[in-house]
Design a protein around this ligand. Sequence first.
Ligand SMILES: Cc1cc2nc3c(=O)[nH]c(=O)nc-3n(C[C@H](O)[C@H](O)[C@H](O)COP(=O)(O)OP(=O)(O)OC[C@H]3O[C@@H](n4cnc5c(N)ncnc54)[C@H](O)[C@@H]3O)c2cc1C
Length: 417
Amino acid sequence: MVQSKVTIVGAGIVGACIARCLGKAGHDVVLVDRNDPGSGCSFGNSGAILSLSASTQLPGPRLLAQIPGMLLDRNAPLVLRWRHLPGLMPWLAAFVAGCREQRQVETARAMATLLSDTTGAYDRLLKGSPADALIRRNGTLGLSRTDEWFSGDSWRRELNASLGARMEEVSREELDQMEPSLSSSVVRAMYYPDAYSTLDPAGLTQQIVRDTLAEGGQFVQAEVRDISVENGKPTALVTDKGEMTVDRLIVAAGAYSHQVARKMGIRVLLNTERGYHVDLDGTATGLQRVLLHGEHALAINPRPNGLRIAGTVEFASLDAPPDYRRARALWNKGREVLKETCDSEPPSMSFWMGRRPTLPDYRPVIGPAPGLKNCWFAFGHQHLGMSLAARTGEIVADLVADRDPGVNLAPFRANRF
Ligand SMILES: Cc1cc2nc3c(=O)[nH]c(=O)nc-3n(C[C@H](O)[C@H](O)[C@H](O)COP(=O)(O)OP(=O)(O)OC[C@H]3O[C@@H](n4cnc5c(N)ncnc54)[C@H](O)[C@@H]3O)c2cc1C
């Protein structure tokens, strides 16, 4: 039974999960992307699928105090490429204005309403799919190399715990049993049992798209260049491959979503936090799960034939060329965590840069497009798009069906800035 035709712009993990949820609900789904599915930011991320332990977001007074020092250090986990400052100013001004304690707590509470069922949403979405084999259900470990850092981060753990996050400190002996390949540079560790991870973020995204197509969905490779709006509704996408009529439209175009929204006359204060990865092929570590290293702002994901080290935040324009020295630096920082990889260069390394879609308050946009009928937005998932995608898909499917998603979407409205 076809309920309605829904077109989704963007076949990253967010668009893929939305398409799958809508397809399951009986809608006729058309996914549109200028590139292959899963080749944007969803391609090379760290693969952690986090839940309530990720409720607290970066903007806050503590980060604000650290920023001046970071901006002077080229190797800091957060860098600004100064040449791009003028274009970044409106976003940065809103970011700085939001770095208040009360705002940080409000955002954490709002994010918890999305994060409380991230893993359950993947269980439901992937039931019966070969993609389920790409999920590890064994938690994550948060690592610290100094007691000072670990203690200094306790406020964040406490805020997350007050929102329901489960976590336990792990002694060095327990850590050696869980992950024997960790080096002595790790002095404190927390275990987050509720997290999942994927060993292949791109493969997961692509398999979800294949599942959608297998049940009648369509994928159209085309770049959306304009959108016709009539009587307050989007009616057609103008693409490089011609015009496509639309009935209901979802914008899930990651870091480019503001450009797509602008075609319908809607301004959204979206920017990109660029991040990097280095993939080390042929590096066998025996690691069982994703490791999150707060001090170095990186994550380590053991992959079937190697290892991925990913992270850092770089502010520059959307189309600025990558600076792969940052990816290389990830290897230098990540190697200290692992015994086996410390001694020598790995046999092969590949570098990647991805654009996280981020609003100044680090809340995504999920909900109706302001002032339009038959159009919804789902983007701005920042560092948590892999984690939040399946849950976002369920929420959007509820909105399209005019059902209450059971989540207060007011904190996530597009026109809050
Ligand atoms: C280094 C790094 C590590 C990360 N680690 C994690 C992690 O461990 N856990 C986690 O939860 N998140 C993580 N993230 C964040 C996560 O990767 C993103 O939030 C997520 O991939 C965003 O997904 P998306 O579908 O919104 O965007 P994308 O994957 O970028 O997809 C958007 C798609 O829209 C298409 N598009 C854009 N404009 C147009 C147009 N005009 N016409 C047609 N198509 C268009 C693009 O081609 C693209 O395919 C990480 C990010 C980085 C950079």
